[in-house]
Design a protein around this ligand. Structure first.
Ligand SMILES: O=C(O)CCC(=O)C(=O)O
Ligand SMILES: [Fe+2]
Length: 228
């Protein structure tokens, strides 16, 4: 499932994060790339343990952790501390698939990357190019969202970032391990959750069908979730 989630950050939060990270020191983005993707990657990143990155990481983690659509779609078990990247004119990231396992710096924690996320921190009118192009079963999807919006997509997808030809594209990106590893099962759970929410709005929490469907949702989670 590929899903765009609007307003994960308010414009004021985007401004605060941009102030923090714009003033920091950026390094070659190949520091977190695998062997194949390093060849394809031309951008810069904030070092993961720089003070600015740590503060900005906290703000992004808090916002995604409080977003009900993100939680329902991702069913996160372990979330990689968000990273920050910047593509200036001429930068791009060629086609690649993200590494399957990522180690968290200075920690024994390892995360299986089930889902990849990009949280846009630049308004689309402020740069040309820089689309995130994700291959799906239904063809390539080009994603370029407003600042504060996030795209969540299976980390198994081939994806690329087109060359930036004007301005600069600054984003946060990260991966997560989901409680439900299988994308098809996770998508069914998300669809069921969203239908239950719509039914609750119409009929209330005491409606017998709402109660039964909520039970089915939890019993499917019980069947499919791992390591929770
Ligand atoms: O910048 C993006 O939107 C995606 C970055 C990416 O694909 C990566 O770092 O693996
Ligand atoms: Fe990637």
């Amino acid at each position: 499932m590929l899903i765009c989630i609007p307003n994960v950050l308010t414009k004021a939060q985007v401004k605060d994060i941009r102030q923090l990270i714009d003033a920091a020191e950026w390094v070659d983005g190949r520091v977190t790339a695998g062997v194949q993707s390093a060849e394809a990657k031309r951008n810069t990143q904030l070092p993961e343990d720089s003070p600015a990155a740590r503060k900005a990481q906290q703000l992004v983690s808090l916002a995604v952790g409080n977003n009900p659509v993100f939680l329902a779609a991702a069913l996160p078990q372990k979330v990689f501390p968000p990273l920050f990247n910047r593509y200036v004119v001429g930068d791009q990231f060629g086609a690649h698939v993200d590494n399957a396992i990522r180690s968290v710096k200075n920690s024994p924690e390892r995360i299986r990357t089930d889902l990849s996320c990009t949280l846009f921190l630049t308004e689309p009118e402020d740069y040309d190019g820089g689309e995130l192009v994700i291959e799906t079963l239904f063809g390539a999807q080009e994603v370029k969202l407003e600042a504060g919006d996030l795209v969540l997509y299976p980390a198994s997808s081939l994806h690329s970032v087109s060359e930036v030809t004007r301005g600069a594209r600054i984003s946060s990106f990260f991966w997560l391990q989901s409680m439900v590893r299988d994308d098809g099962e996770r998508t069914l759970l998300f669809d069921l959750d969203q239908s239950i929410q719509a039914l609750v709005a119409e009929k209330g929490h005491k409606d017998p069908e709402v109660i039964r469907l909520t039970g089915i949702y939890h019993n499917l989670i019980r069947r499919w979730a791992e390591g929770a």
